[in-house]
Design a protein around this ligand. Sequence first.
Ligand code: G3P
Ligand code: MG
Length: 432
Amino acid sequence: MSAPSLIVPAGGRFMRRLSSSEASKENMSLGPTVVVPPKHLMAPSSANEVAASIEVARHELEDSAAPSTPSTPPETLVTDKYAYAFDIDGVLIRGGKPIPEAIEAMKVLNGANQYGIKVPYIFVTNGGGKTEQERCVQLSQQLQIEVSPGQFICGHTPMREMAERYNTVLVVGGEGEKCRQVAEGYGFKDVVTPGDIIKDNQDTTPFRKLTEEEYRHSRARNFGETEIEAIFVFADSRDWASDQQIILDLLMSKNGRLGTRSETFEEGPPVFFSHNDVVWSASHDLTRIGMGALRVSLEAMFKAVTGKDLKTTAFGKPQIGTFQFATRLLQQWRKDTHSIDSPPDTVYFVGDTPESDIRGTNEFDNCAENNWYSILVRTGVFQEGTKPRFTPRATVDNVLEAVKHGMEREYKKALKASFIDVDGVQGSAIEE
Ligand code: G3P
Ligand code: MG
């Protein structure tokens, strides 16, 4: 693949890709123009290699400017130096609709940029409630790109690693039977839902009756002989009162057997939440309460009823495990789709929630082998005029600005590595 070239005109602030139709001997010889081949953006190189590749690029440009050269569009290279990871709600999507700049941001990453490169990216959301495949089909339509499950992690994705550990589990949250299907797809062997429990004994939830459809889909079983070994909250509860009643019954039971009461309240099954976001960014102008709020509520309720503290576990961001999972996913994705076998020097994580996206990225940056650079956007949970509890490396208006910020930063780094001095990173970002 031939390398497209980058040019920094006099003044050095703006860069553009030279196609055969754009490049001419005139504009190449005007002023202190420096040609930087994108090899600098692709791989570590020594000063000798830089000088040599600049020379090669000069010849290529001269050749491409010759009248006899046919006009062929330049090929787009994929950078192996850096990558992006995107949060979804409040960054790319809000209330089921794409944030306007998100579509353009994806185009920029896919080559519609002045550097003539593509940048690999993945998605890391705390949301869930559907299979990864289903979520990717939806995201593909919303963002007008192809999104593969190979580049997607949702809050409950890491829960698949628990499928071997427990036999019978209660799965809570989401629409209808969807989360049961997700759990079974992960390999959970015996999945119970709150609907199954209410179907077995309607008195479980005095104020909730199953709809006809819910009753039909819920599974009949003998709960007198069932021990529920763990509780997984996969997605947001659609009915807090009845879901909490059922979880509380199990937590106070002897070994997860419904209808029993432990004397110590220490014999119930463990509870896992797919994430801990107390609030999130939906279609309402103000943030909405999320799964983290249910967790707080459940812990408080357990304390009020039993007098004991309840310890629960949350997956998702900001857990380091989620970022380790993301690292493995990104590594596999870059290898499978771009034949890149080394980790990126920098991963730009773009998020809207300081407590999960920024905190997780910053903490992972402290222990990861490569750099994780947090970028906070103003389109979601974080609101201008407030001080984020966790400080991002940069704050920008929206995801498009975030993408531009990272790309310009990388270009500036590449220029520095080539001993070429340029002005500061352009754009409206505030870099900490
Ligand atoms: O329920 C989903 C929400 O809490 C956050 O999703 O994409 O912002 O991580 P996201
Ligand atoms: Mg978000």
